[in-house]
Write a protein of this length. Structure first.
Length: 297
């Protein structure tokens, strides 16, 4: 069995990216039921009990393993980790903060940690701190990014050469070609984000899904949001009055309420909608199972 599958207890080494407020229990459960490893999102959660409710709602839909993402920019992440452990979640992906502060707590709770890394240097440090695997996420990926990174084609083999723990490839993967390429580059699994937004089980609004289907490979851009960057759909971002739109932050779409309006309720005009460059390969809304079966076929 593949090392990632063994680590997580899933059939296929495919992780579903935890995409903000649209990583709903139905989609997470569907990924796990189809043989992958679904991940709940906690980045914008404001209450540990909400995380508990999400775990329990997912468990009602599947008895297969699933995990969660801990976004360490959320100051409540230690409380979320405790709830996850209490609810029997045994693996998380971690991003956006100090692994040095995170790892002792995770070891104490008995939770496996897969760290998202943008560079070889960060991957080596994560391995030294005792993480169980790393996700080498290239700059093609949608959503939050740091200010230093490399494309998936370069980053994945560089990280695979530098560490002894399993490497998961992320960024630009949406079909069987990307899946196979990841293994050729030295990864032992993949994480898929944008492609899972365009599925029947995802609660993203149909307008959001339709835009992703219609967008070509150049339809996204990395925007400076202050403490971090994010790759967003260019067609929906409000950049009115911006002298340097390639660097300036969007004028709207920063808060949870505005995200819900755009991502879930379909008020996409002027909204900041995350998307990876892989949207240029997505041509239809399918089921989660169809996505996974096409990848591994």
């Amino acid at each position: 069995m593949n090392s990632i599958s063994s680590l997580l207890g899933c059939r296929y080494p495919i992780l579903q990216g935890a995409m903000g407020i649209i990583s709903n229990p139905e989609m997470v459960a569907a990924v796990s039921e189809a043989g992958g490893f679904g991940l709940l999102a906690t980045a914008f959660a404001a209450d540990p009990e909400y995380v508990r409710d999400q775990v329990r709602a997912t468990r009602k839909l599947t008895d297969r393993p699933f995990g969660a993402n801990l976004q360490m920019m959320n100051p409540l992440y230690p409380d979320f980790a405790k709830v996850l452990a209490e609810e029997g979640v045994r693996a998380v992906t971690a991003s956006g903060g100090s692994l040095k502060a995170l790892m002792p707590k995770m070891k104490e709770l008995g939770i496996k940690v897969i760290a998202v890394v943008p560079t070889v240097d960060v991957a080596r440090k994560a391995e030294d701190l005792g993480v169980d695997a790393v996700i080498a996420e290239g700059t093609e990926s949608g959503g939050i990014q740091g200010f230093r990174g490399a494309a998936t084609m370069v980053l994945v083999p560089a990280v695979a050469d530098a560490v002894k723990i399993p490497v998961i490839a992320a960024g630009g993967i949406g079909d069987r070609r990307g899946y196979r390429a990841a293994f050729a580059l030295g990864a032992s699994g993949v994480q898929v984000g944008t492609r899972f937004i365009v599925t029947k089980e995802c609660i993203a609004h149909e307008k959001y899904k339709h835009i992703l289907v219609e967008t070509n490979e150049t339809g996204t851009m990395v925007f400076n949001l202050g403490p971090f960057q994010a790759r967003l759909l260019v067609s929906t971002v409000d950049r009115s009055g911006s002298e340097n739109p390639a660097e300036d932050a969007p004028r709207s779409g920063g808060g949870v309420e505005s995200m819900e309006e755009a991502w879930i309720r379909g008020k996409v005009e002027g909204g900041a909608l995350p998307a990876g460059e892989v949207c240029g390969l997505i041509r239809s809304v399918t089921s989660v199972r169809e996505v996974i079966e096409e990848m591994v076929s």
